[in-house]
Structure formats: C-alpha cells, structure tokens
Design a protein around this ligand. Structure first.
Ligand code: ADP
Ligand code: YYY
Length: 423
C-alpha cells in the first residue's frame, strides 16, 4: 500500500507522523524516506525514547470517510487498547499532511506488547481490516537507523505485504496536527453537516432516527422576535443555573437551554458514542433550541443556559491535544458562528477561579457527564475550554467575574444587559 495511493490525499510515504509523549511538550515528528538520513543526536535520542527498548508498533485509522474513521478509532480505543497486556505503553500518534485540512489520521503507538502471542494474532487480524494500517518499528543491526515496516493486505486480501521506510526527523508544522480535522468532525458550521452524520447511524440507533425527525420539525422557524436573546456560558459550576433562574425572574423572561429538555432522555446515549456522533448530537440540539428561541423571543426576553459556544468550546478543546498553544489561533475560522443558526444578542461567559469552582461543584455533588468529570480532573483541558470560549467571535463572549455572591453577580449582569440590550 505504501507506494500505492492510500487516500485522495496521497501515498503513505508522503505523510508526517507525530508521537505525543507528554501533553506539556511538543510531539516527536518524523517522516518517511527510502534512504537513511543523518539525524542529530537529540533527534536520535527522541526516536530511541519512543521506539527503543521493548518492541513497538503503531495502529492508524486511515480512511477518508469520516463516519467510518470515527467508528474505527473508537473501536481501537475502547475495544482493542483495553485488551493489551499490563505494562504496555500507549501513546497517541498522528499521521497527516502538514497544514492540510482533513488530512489527519489518528492512531496509537504501542510499546511492550509485540512479544505476546495474543497481540500477534490481533495485529494479523487488524492488518486485514480495511481502514486500519499496522506498522512495526525496527532498528537495523549495527546501525542507529529506525525503520517503519508497514504491513498491509495485498489486493486479493490473502497475503500480507510489507513496505519499508526509514524514519527520518521532520519539522514541526505550523498548525498542530490535532487541529486539522476540526471542521466537520468536532464542530459543524451548518445544520446539514451534522444532520448527515446522524443519518449515517439511524439504522443502528433509533435515537438518531427520532432526533432527525425532531430536527426536521424544528427547522422552519429560525428568526428571532423583537425581544433580546441572552446566552449564558461557562464551565460547569460557574453559576449558570443559579444566574439564569434569577435573571429570568428579574426580566420576566423565558428560560431555555441547549440541549433542549426534549433531548434529555437521549443525552446519556449520545454521550457514550464516538466524538463525531456526540458533537453532531449537541450541534443539532442547538438548532432545536434556536427554534424555541425564535418563538419565545416574540413574547419576552429569552435567557439560554448554554448554546453554540458550549458546543464549539468543548468540541475544540477535546479534539486539540497537548498544550493550550496548540489551539487554533484567535481569528481562526473555527471560532466563527454557524451562518444558519439564530444568533443571540449577548453572550455572557461566567468565570470563577478553579478552587472556587471545585468548592461549588463539591457543594452541589451531582452526577457529572463524562466530559465534565474529565474537566474536573484535567486542568489543561479546562484552560483550553475557557480559551476556546474567549476566542469565539461574532458574537464574542463578554466575560463576567462570577465569584461574588449570587445577588451581586445578578446585579452586575443586569447592568450589562441594560447597557448592551437596552432592557
Ligand atoms: N455566585 C455564587 N456564589 C456562591 N455560590 C454559587 C454562586 N452561584 C452558584 N453558586 C453555587 O454553586 C453551585 C453551582 O452552581 P450552578 O448554578 O449549578 O452552576 P452551573 O449551572 O454553571 O453548573 C451551586 O451549588 C450554587 O448554589
Ligand atoms: N449546547 C451545548 C451544551 C452542552 N454541551 C456539552 C459540552 C459538555 O460535554 C457538556 C456540559 O454540559 P452539562 O450539562 O454538564 O453542563 P451543566 O451541568 O448544564 O453546566 O455538554 C454541548 O456540547 N453543547
């Protein structure tokens, strides 16, 4: 497969690879060459760290078809990786064309499992699967050169062929590889893009079928009324529910939320699905909420507890790995508002320091979504969500310090609303 065309994006050997060893530092980048190249001492050391010692191999999901890609990746992550023998080291590995959108294939580099007979038979099975490629890494005797052996099934599916490439150092690309597939996989910029994802799984999930029916019934009305629409955003525990309730009473407003109540029964199901489906679920939820906002804003101001910015900020922060610096820069198209989604007049982002947020969450003591639980455990992720919120544009979020007592936060927000929405 190596020299043959792997996808519309070109052959395997033109790809760059990135192995993530530590979320707080740059990945180790390498590319492939037919001829050995001299590497600097530090580059040789980096290769030794990732390939040296116990035998290592990598698994890559490599198909252009986004639904199949998401499903295969989830299968590897939740079914294959947990079966690995204890003590194996698993690192995220990306293969991509530098700075080319939608060229990213995700995968895993596994170290210390190749000597187990069970692993060998699972790998043989994976090699024969379409959409997965399996590579092993070997060092030639008396040489410091690492080789990638890419195993793939022959056209007739019976035999396994091996393409060999030297692993050579590659420069870091301008954009972190995990940002390349955001659009259309982690964030959707029109309803039809998310709708198409849901259509692909309606056969296997009745929830998807019913969701599509609901979206279909709710798309007709998407124009705001004469009253202002105010969205309240922020991490869990920042006081959104408390504020939206008091604001609703103070302004005699309608209170809505995204995802809307009618989707609550299906939410746990979608929360346990691969990221592509989860994101499509929340994206479609925003369009149903938009239709409810359109009706409600004809009669009274509307307060919305979470809306599009939540969907985008969590989607981007989950997909972009490593450091906060890896997020797309401010001004990037990923922070734009979807053209076909009803826009709020004002978006307020509630912020409190991490200690106070934890104190509030402990006091509340409710069950959390998987992502919220991850957020709690992971300061880096939390910072990325907040940064993504702050980079959102048109409408941008107005940051509100939500650390004072509830009544003071309410007064502060009422003043803001008076100023920005003339209420
Ligand atoms: N301004 C505030 N000061 C102190 N505690 C607050 C404040 N706002 C909310 N809380 C408390 O913090 C917890 C989380 O608030 P909540 O409104 O449920 O947040 P969110 O909806 O953003 O998850 C609740 O126990 C709530 O009573
Ligand atoms: N409009 C929305 C709302 C929530 N989400 C996702 C993002 C996170 O995974 C969770 C957070 O929602 P959660 O219900 O835990 O938040 P609150 O408890 O309402 O503060 O849902 C979304 O993507 N889009």
């Amino acid at each position: 497969m190596g020299t043959r065309v792997l996808s519309r994006l070109g052959p395997w050997c033109s790809r760059v690879f990135a192995v993530e060893c530590d979320p707080n530092s740059d990945p180790v980048y390498f590319s492939l060459s037919k001829k050995p190249q001299t590497a600097h001492c530090s580059e040789r050391q980096a290769f030794e760290n990732i390939f040296g010692g116990a035998k290592s191999y990598s698994l890559h999901v490599c198909t252009d078809e986004r639904f199949k890609r998401a499903m295969l990746y989830e299968e590897l992550k939740s079914k294959f990786i947990p079966t690995l023998p204890r003590g194996c080291r698993v690192l995220d590995v990306f293969s991509f064309i530098p700075d080319v959108k939608n060229s990213l294939f995700r995968g895993f580099l596994v170290k210390g499992a190749a000597d187990f007979p069970e692993t060998a038979s699972i790998l043989d099975e994976l090699v024969r699967r379409s959409g997965v490629s399996v590579c092993t890494y070997v060092q030639e005797e008396d040489s410091q050169q690492w080789w990638q052996h890419m195993r793939s099934k022959a056209e007739d599916g019976t035999e396994v062929t091996v393409d060999k490439y030297c692993v050579v150092p590659a420069e870091a690309p301008q954009h972190h590889p995990s940002t390349l597939n955001l659009i259309g996989n982690d964030v959707f910029y029109n309803v039809w893009d998310a709708y198409k994802v849901m259509e692909q799984c309606k056969e296997k999930m009745t929830e998807a079928y019913e969701l599509l029916e609901l979206v279909g019934q709710n798309l007709a009305q998407n124009k705001g009324g004469r009253f202002p629409i105010i969205a309240i955003e922020g991490l869990d525990g920042t006081g959104k529910t408390t504020l939206t309730r008091s604001l609703t009473a103070a302004l005699n407003a309608s209170l809505l939320r995204s995802p809307p109540e009618c989707l609550s029964p299906w939410r746990p199901r979608f929360d346990s699905e691969p990221a592509l489906l989860r994101r499509a679920f929340y994206a479609l939820g925003n369009y149903i909420t938009a239709s409810q906002i359109a009706t409600a804003s004809q009669h009274a101001p509307v307060i919305v507890d979470r809306y599009w910015h939540s969907t985008a900020a969590y989607g981007i922060a989950t997909a972009v790995s490593g450091r906060v610096e890896n997020l797309p820069s401010p001004g990037s198209e990923v922070y734009r508002w979807p053209g076909d989604l009803l826009r709020p007049d004002l978006v307020l982002l509630l912020t409190v320091n991490p200690e106070e947020r934890m104190r509030r969450l402990d006091l509340r003591g409710e069950e959390k979504t998987r992502e919220e639980a991850e957020l709690e455990a992971n300061q880096l992720f939390r910072t990325k969500v907040e940064q993504a919120y702050k980079r959102a544009e048109d409408p941008a979020c107005v940051v509100v310090d939500a650390s004072p007592p509830p009544d003071q936060v309410l007064q502060q927000v009422l003043l803001l609303i008076k100023d920005k929405c003339h209420l």
